[in-house]
Design a protein around this ligand. Structure first.
Ligand code: PA5
Length: 438
């Protein structure tokens, strides 16, 4: 498996993009802070607060064994929300591609990651439940959307199959989901308590379903493990996660409040969605945070780039680029496209976009991967987890909780218990005086 990755930050340095970029003085001025953040993070790790860093050394056998278990299932449904589902989705699509369910040879995989009734209904109609392996994943075991979907799918399974114990695998540490799993005797996995949802892709949350989907989880974790070595380097010039966190921190303080991730390969679109949650939910606290956006190149050049080039100067861009695509096609034409491959076109478009942003002094970094596979994806995932953790230290916030999200969940529960919104929040959500019929 190929696996070379480069982190290029030439286009953020002051010599390239002027004072909207990062100068060596900018870094020197905060060197004490950088050291404090680095040491603070390692201290947290030593105090067993950062379980996600231990996952790169875990025994993978409980998950690799699932491959055999799942052999005869033709469909897999993964039920979960946010950090409990996005990781598996990102890796699956990152490795298998965006049309995975269209392929005759592979299992059909569906992610039940919302409470949208149409989605649940449609997915239930697409699978043969008898041949379906269902994962219900929730660390708390009490997330409303996950529980609701699980209870609906389980009812259907019981109706169709009767005893459906072999069709269900639960990953939960507590709550109603774990109670049901224990009572019914479903296969059950734990998540280390010190691993938070959005940092949990390399725990049972991601690895159990991914192993059943035919992903090489050993290579995924190997990539992460090697990145872990790099990210423990205290020399910022040898540590890509620390360097990228510091770059984003300095630029954030210069008004770059938006971070745009631009993969130039569609297989990384879900990586972008995963990153969006990681960056937003971890860092959006105490009035601080950098808004993450995902734009897929080259297509979003025709939708977003005008804003990035000519709009408010509040963005830092990250390009994700691969050297080698799994498949390629040659163009026959009477113009400049002739004899070129599609891969040359998309990568030239990336280079063109990078050059035009740089010429306008818009800071951008690039991650260049020779080939997108489990190993390189593992590296990328871990780099971003560490980068987020370092950024949390630099911003002096707790990157590992999400206190404000909890309030919305509480209101939802009370609404379903029959309370009114006005009673719960003290304000009217619908006043016909302020509504226009259309
Ligand atoms: O990152 C997080 O902690 C959240 O996104 C959670 O993963 C999400 O809310 C789902 O929670 P749970 O796993 O408890 O169902």
């Amino acid at each position: 498996m190929k696996g070379k990755c480069l982190f290029k930050y030439t286009n953020v340095i002051e010599e390239t993009v002027g004072n909207e970029g990062v100068s060596s003085t900018d870094i020197e001025n905060i060197m004490d802070k950088i050291n404090k953040s680095y040491n603070g993070l390692l201290e947290k790790y030593k105090n067993k607060e950062l379980g996600f860093m231990d996952l790169v050394h875990q025994d993978l056998r409980p998950y690799t064994m699932l491959k055999k278990y799942s052999k005869d299932f033709e469909y897999i449904i993964i039920i979960g929300m946010g950090g409990s589902v996005l990781g598996a989705q990102m890796v699956y699509e990152g490795v298998k591609g965006i049309y995975y369910n269209e392929r005759k040879t592979s299992k059909k995989v569906y992610f039940l990651d919302n409470s949208d009734p149409e989605k649940t209904f449609e997915i239930l109609n697409l699978v043969d439940l008898e041949k379906t392996l269902v994962f219900a994943i929730s660390k708390s075991g009490n997330t409303a959307e996950t529980l609701a979907n699980f209870l609906i799918v389980r009812d259907r399974l019981i109706d169709k199959v009767g005893n459906c114990n072999k069709n269900i695998i639960v990953v939960a540490n507590g709550g109603m989901l774990r109670d049901i799993a224990e009572k019914e005797g479903y296969m059950l996995f734990d998540i280390p308590e010190n691993v938070g949802g959005r940092f949990s892709v390399l725990s049972a949350v991601g690895l159990a379903p991914l192993s059943c989907m035919g992903i090489n989880i050993e290579m995924l974790v190997k990539g992460a493990r090697e990145m872990d070595e790099l990210c423990k380097n205290e020399d910022i010039f040898k540590n890509p996660a620390l360097m990228n966190a510091v770059i984003h921190y300095i630029l954030y303080n210069k008004g770059k409040t938006i971070s745009v991730l631009m993969p130039y390969i569609e297989r990384l679109h879900k990586f972008g969605m995963w990153y969006r949650q990681l960056w937003a939910e971890s860092l959006g606290k105490d009035g601080k945070g950098q808004t993450p956006i995902v734009s897929v190149g080259a297509k979003d050049q025709h939708s977003q780039l005008q804003l990035y080039l000519d709009g408010p100067r509040d963005k830092v861009i990250t390009f994700l680029k691969v050297d080698e695509f799994r498949h390629d096609l040659t163009i026959k034409s009477s113009n400049y496209l002739n004899a070129h491959k599609l891969s040359e076109l998309i990568n030239s478009e990336q280079e063109g976009t990078e050059a035009s942003l740089t010429s306008k002094n818009i800071p951008n970094v690039s991650i260049i991967i020779d080939e997108l596979n489990e190993y390189t994806l593992g590296k990328l995932i871990y780099m971003y987890e560490m980068q987020t953790a370092f950024m949390g230290e630099l911003l002096e916030i707790n990157a590992f909780n999400q206190p404000s999200v909890e309030d919305g969940k509480r209101i939802t529960r009370e609404l379903l218990r029959g309370k009114s919104l006005e009673e719960l929040t003290g304000f009217k959500s619908f006043d016909s005086k302020y509504v226009i019929e259309m």
